[in-house]
Design a binder for this molecule. Structure first.
Ligand code: URA
Length: 257
């Protein structure tokens, strides 16, 4: 990416990434090869409360498929969802927020306590950092769409169970089909593994371009903002991921109006 302008530097500062380096050094950092061993060690730590790797389950036939629903019908279907046990403990569903024609789709894990209360994804401390991360690459929160793998909060913020991920899966698939984003940013191991149906450690998923669905939408994986709040030393790596996402987006949209 070209030299950082002042606004972006301010955003990076809000994100907690050191910004005192000379500009040419920032370009160098963008080109730094990933420290895979370190990232894997981090991902092990992050995986300490690991969900079992995604396994193939099949959806009960009683579910009405979301595959052909339009936005209002899909939102209503999610709001009334009782497909899994999380419907008994949630305050409300958290459908997603943002521009339904956004070019960027951000996918997180599941609502936390604050999101469950307010009905909107990423509104707590992690959400503030996510906003700063997006702003650092010139994106306003309102300009992207933000959704989660799960639409309901798991009690005590435990990891999603495979059957809960399966129950929610076609809601997210339908959101992606309706938005048709140019790029998906998966934040965190659980979002990335479940979206892509793999069990690769996040340290190995970062720094590579992945693809979603029949249209091969590019997917960039980065750390979850909640993890970055606990491990600020990895914000630099998250910045690398954001640069990769921006470069990919620019490549895909080069020459378009
Ligand atoms: N973490 C997530 O993954 N999603 C949210 O909506 C909030 C926190």
């Amino acid at each position: 990416m070209a030299a950082l302008d002042q606004r972006r530097q301010a955003m990076l500062q809000r994100m907690g990434v050191d910004v005192w380096r000379p500009r040419d050094e920032v370009a160098e950092i963008e080109a730094t090869p990933l420290d895979v061993a370190q990232a894997e060690a981090d991902s092990e730590a992050q995986a300490s409360s690991t969900v079992p790797p995604p396994r193939e389950l099949s959806a009960p036939s009683a579910w009405v498929s979301a595959a052909t629903l339009d936005w209002p019908a899909l939102a209503a279907c999610v709001a009334d969802c009782t497909r899994c046990e999380l419907s008994r403990t949630r305050t409300q569903t958290v459908f997603g927020v943002g521009d339904r024609q956004a070019r960027w789709l951000v996918i997180g894990e599941a609502p936390g306590a604050e999101e469950d209360k307010r009905g909107e994804p990423f509104v707590g401390r992690a959400g503030q950092l996510l906003n700063a991360m997006l702003a650092a690459i010139g994106l306003a929160r309102e300009a992207v769409y933000i959704a989660n793998i799960l639409k309901c909060r798991p009690p005590q913020n435990r990891d999603p169970k495979p059957e809960e991920v399966l129950a929610c899966r076609d809601y997210l698939d339908r959101q992606i089909a309706l938005i048709q984003p140019t790029l998906i940013l998966a934040v965190g191991r659980i979002a990335a593994q479940n979206l892509l149906k793999v069990d690769t450690p996040i340290g190995r998923m970062r720094g590579q371009l992945h693809h979603y669905g029949a249209r091969s939408i590019p997917v960039v994986v980065t750390y979850h903002p909640a993890y970055l709040l606990r491990t600020p030393s990895d914000k630099r790596k998250a910045w690398d991921d954001l640069c990769m996402a921006l470069a990919t987006y620019r490549e895909r949209t080069a020459g378009l109006p």
